[in-house]
Design a protein around this ligand. Structure first.
Ligand code: UD1
Ligand code: CA
Length: 456
C-alpha cells in the first residue's frame, strides 16, 4: 500500500517570540521539523511533503538534506487550507497519507507504525491520534455518538458548554485514505469562530458520508506540540529522558541523567561512565570504556576506547585510545590526538596532529602543527603560528623534548630525537639528535643588591 506523509509547518508560531520560524527551534540538537521528517522515514514512509509558508525559504534550507517535497501555503487560512495546498502531491496516488505537525517532535516511530496498522485493520477512511487529558484546555474535542463512534471534532472555540467537558482530545495528527480526503477537502468551508478552513471538519464530513473513522489513543507525551519557549523546554526534557534511558539500556553508566545532555544522534559505547555536567552534541561518537568526568562539552568529535576527559571542550576532533584530556583542555576543530597521549590542564590544541604517547601536560598552545609520537612538551610551550597576517605550520618529529617556556616560531621544523632548552625561542630548523638553545646566556652581577641599597 502506498504511504506518504504531510507535515504542516506553514504557521507563524507567534508565541515563540522569536525571529526563527517555530519548527526550526531545536530539541536535543535537532530542528523540530527534522525530528518529524526523520520519524516518518524510520517508519518506512518514503514520500514526505512539508507545507511551508511563514519563513518558507529558511525552513526549506534547514530541511534540504532530507530530500522532501514542498507545498507552499501563501496565506495561512487554516489547517484544512494547508492540506488543500498539497493537492498536487496527493493527486493520482491511491493509498494512505499520514498528517503530522512540524511542531510536534515527540511522536515516535512505533506510534506511527501502530497507527497505520490500526487504520488499515479497522478499514477506516480516517484515523485520529487522540489522548485523554484532565485539562483539555484549547485542544479540539473528539465527539462520539450514542454508539461510541467518532462523529466529529469540534474546535475549542466552537464548543458548546457540554462539549467543553469532553476529555478526549484531537492531537492534530491523523492518517487518511487519500481519495476520501481529497473529496472531503472540496467540501470544507470557513463558517466557524476563527473563519478558517479546519482540517478537523473532514472527520465530520467523512462520518456523515457513511465512512468509518477510527481514534487511536496514545500517551499525551507523544502528541505534545510546542507553541512557546516554555513548551520547548518541556519537550527537550522529555526527549532528554528518552535519549539517556536508551544509552543506559545499551550499557552506558550515567550518574545523573537529569544533568547529562546528549543530542539525539550521539553514539556511546558500553561501559563508558558519564559524570554530571556533560554536554555531548552533534555527531559525536564516544566509544567503550571511556570516562567522561564532570563538565565536558564535546561536539562532532570521535573519542576512541578508554579515553578519559575532564572539564574540557573538544570540537570537531578525534582523540585516540586511552588518551587523557584535561582538566581544562580546549581541543579546537580539525585536531587529531593519538593513542596513549596526554593533553593536560590549560592546554589548547588547534588544527593540529598530536602523535601517540606524546605528552602535552600543562599551559601550552599548539596551533597548525604536526607533532610526532613520544614527544614531551614542557610547561608553557607556545607554537607561534600567526604573525598578524598569515598562519604558518610547525612540524615536530618523534621523541622531541621541548623544554618549558619554549616559543616555536612558525614556519619551523624540529626533527626526531631532539632537545630544546627551556626558555628558547626557536626560529630555525633543529636537526636530528641536536640540542637547541636559543636564549641569552645568564650573567650574574656580584653584590648588586647591596650596592643599590636594596638589601633588607
Ligand atoms: C489544531 C487542531 C486542534 C488540535 C490541535 C492540536 C485544527 C483546526 N485544529 O489546532 O483540533 O487539538 O491542533 O495541537 O486543525 N498550520 C499551517 N497552515 C495554517 C494553519 C496551521 O500550516 O493555515 C500548521 C501550523 O504551523 C501548525 C499546525 O498546522 O504546525 C497546527 O496549527 P495550529 O494553528 O497550531 O492549530 P491549533 O489551533 O493548535
Ligand atoms: Ca497548535
Amino acid at each position: 500500500m502506498y504511504k506518504c506523509a504531510i507535515i504542516l509547518a506553514a504557521g507563524e508560531g507567534k508565541r515563540m517570540n522569536s525571529n526563527t520560524p517555530k519548527v526550526l527551534h531545536k530539541v536535543c540538537g535537532k530542528e523540530m521539523i527534522n525530528h518529524v521528517i526523520d520519524t516518518m522515514r524510520s517508519a518506512d514512509i518514503e514520500m514526505v511533503d512539508v507545507v511551508i509558508g511563514r519563513g518558507a525559504s529558511t525552513v526549506k534550507e534547514a530541511t534540504e538534506s532530507r530530500k522532501v517535497n514542498y507545498s507552499l501555503q501563501k496565506d495561512q487560512l487554516g489547517t484544512g487550507h494547508a492540506v488543500m495546498c498539497t493537492k498536487e502531491f496527493l493527486e493520482g496516488n491511491d493509498g494512505i497519507v499520514a498528517i503530522f505537525v512540524g511542531d510536534g517532535p515527540l511522536i515516535t516511530e512505533n506510534t506511527v507504525r501502530e497507527m497505520l496498522q490500526y487504520h488499515q485493520k479497522g478499514e477506516f477512511k480516517a484515523t485520529i491520534l487522540t489522548s485523554k487529558m484532565d485539562d483539555p484546555a484549547k485542544y479540539g474535542r473528539v465527539i462520539r455518538n450514542e454508539n461510541n463512534e467518532v462523529e466529529k471534532i469540534v474546535e475549542f472555540k466552537d464548543c458548546t458548554e457540554e462539549e467543553l467537558l469532553v476529555k478526549e482530545i484531537n492531537s492534530g495528527m491523523y492518517c487518511f485514505n487519500i481519495k476520501e480526503l481529497l473529496n472531503s477537502l472540496d467540501r470544507l468551508n470557513n463558517n466557524n469562530a476563527q473563519e478558517e478552513y479546519y482540517l478537523t471538519d473532514v472527520i465530520g464530513i467523512l462520518k456523515s458520508g457513511g465512512f468509518k473513522v477510527g481514534a487511536f489513543d496514545v500517551p499525551v507525551e507523544e502528541i505534545t506540540a510546542v507553541n512557546s519557549k516554555v513548551e520547548l523546554a518541556d519537550a527537550e526534557l522529555i526527549m532528554k529522558i528518552r535519549i539517556n534511558r536508551k544509552h543506559m539500556e545499551n550499557g552506558v553508566t550515567i550518574m545523573d541523567p537529569n544533568n547529562t545532555y546528549i543530542d539525539l544522534e550521539v553514539e556511546i559505547g558500553k561501559d563508558t561512565i558519564i559524570y554530571p555536567g556533560n554536554i555531548l552534541q552533534g555527531t559525536t561518537i564516544i566509544k567503550e570504556n571511556c570516562v567522561l568526568y564532570q563538565n565536558n562539552r564535546i561536539v562532532d568529535s570521535t573519542i576512541e576506547n578508554g579515553v578519559s576527559v575532564q572539564s574540557s571542550v573538544i570540537i570537531e576532533s578525534k582523540v585516540g585510545e586511552c588518551t587523557t584530556v584535561g582538566p581544562y583542555a580546549y581541543i579546537r576543530p580539525e585536531s587529531n590526538i593519538g593513542k596513549h597521549a596526554r593533553i593536560g590542564d590549560f592546554v589548547e590544541i588547534k588544527k593540529s596532529i598530536i602523535g601517540d604517547n606524546t605528552k602535552v601536560s600543562h599551559l601550552t598552545y599548539i596551533g597548525d602543527a604536526e607533532v610526532g609520537s613520544g614527544c614531551n612538551f614542557g610547561c608553557g610551550t607556545v607554537v607561534v603560528n600567526y604573525n598578524g597576517i598569515s598562519k604558518f605550520k610547525t612540524i615536530i618529529g618523534n621523541n622531541a623534548f621541548i623544554g618549558c617556556n619554549t616559543n616555536l616560531v612558525s614556519p619551523v621544523k624540529v626533527n626526531d630525537n631532539t632537545y630544546i632548552a627551556a626558555g628558547s625561542t626557536i626560529t630555525n630548523e633543529v636537526p636530528e639528535n641536536a640540542l637547541a638553545i636559543a636564549r641569552a646566556r645568564q650573567r650574574n652581577i656580584e653584590n648588586w643588591v647591596v650596592k643599590k641599597g636594596h638589601n633588607k
